[in-house]
Design a protein around this ligand. Structure first.
Ligand SMILES: C[S@@+](CC[C@H](N)C(=O)[O-])C[C@H]1O[C@@H](n2cnc3c(N)ncnc32)[C@H](O)[C@@H]1O
Length: 237
């Protein structure tokens, strides 16, 4: 993604401390204080321009959302988008259940304490196709171990990608760690646009171009897994 940051962007972001977190490590274990409630926390890692997380936070006020990206210009655009989206939909400008955090995901363990997060969204993460860069893929075992450290008993990872190679790599990585996958799709919008799911910026472009989207959900937390097994048993009776 090519980005030309604006002059004075840091000052602009510092003025938005209601929404933008420039030093997210300070909230480790204290995110409920930031949001002022104990609602579950869902995180998008690599949020880009923030359309997905803005829309989700608007749709689900009972969930707290955190969008993470390493570029301040994307955080700025994400904040602008989130406020605009709310105003256009007749809500007050300030999203109470959303935070946009400037962070390199490599340091994610320094931002969340054990059991602090319920769901991680990985949307169109960089595929890092070269083998020598495999460790940088966000579904590499090294990252999955970090995620397991802060996902709670209901913890899940939801992955969407256009990259067949990243999807294959990810499924193997989940399986090698003994993680349970469900709702695996190789062509998410094959039977028409899934209106129950919020589309990301990248996803909208790919769908327009007729590119298949792959998706799956991974169950990490014990209770998420128990609940899923129970529902499978009920279906089989
Ligand atoms: C291909 S874009 C996808 C954006 C968005 N999720 C979407 O689907 O439209 C990947 C995003 O991940 C961010 N990203 C990649 N590696 C990252 C890292 N190590 N830490 C934080 N953000 C990262 C990039 O800045 C970029 O915004």
């Amino acid at each position: 993604m090519r980005l030309r940051g604006r002059k004075g962007i840091r000052e602009e972001l510092e003025r938005q401390s209601d929404l933008v977190i420039l030093d997210p490590k300070q909230y480790k274990g204290r995110w409920s204080e930031f949001f002022g409630n104990d609602h579950p926390i869902h995180v998008e890692l690599g949020m880009g321009k923030g359309k997905f997380i803005s829309e989700l936070s608007f749709r689900n006020p009972e969930v707290n959302y955190i969008g993470v990206d390493m570029y301040d210009e994307l955080i700025r655009r994400g904040a602008e988008k989130a406020r605009k989206f709310r105003v256009e939909n007749g809500q007050p400008e300030e999203p109470e259940n959303l935070a946009l955090a400037l962070l390199n995901i490599e340091h994610i363990s320094e931002v969340f304490a054990e059991g602090e997060v319920e769901r991680i969204y990985l949307n169109f993460s960089d595929p890092w196709p070269k083998k020598k860069h495999a460790r940088r893929r966000l579904t590499h075992r090294g990252f999955l171990l970090k995620y397991k450290g802060f996902l709670n008993e209901w913890g899940q990872i939801h992955l969407k990608t256009d990259s067949r190679s990243l999807f294959e790599f990810s499924l193997n990585s989940f399986a090698d760690m003994g993680l349970w996958m469900r709702n695996i799709s190789l062509d998410l919008h094959g039977e028409g646009l899934r209106e129950d799911l919020v589309l990301t910026e990248y996803e909208s472009k790919f769908v327009e171009q007729g590119i298949n989207i792959h998706r799956c959900e991974v169950l990490i937390g014990d209770r998420a897994l128990e609940e899923h097994r129970r529902s499978l048993q009920e279906q089989s009776v």
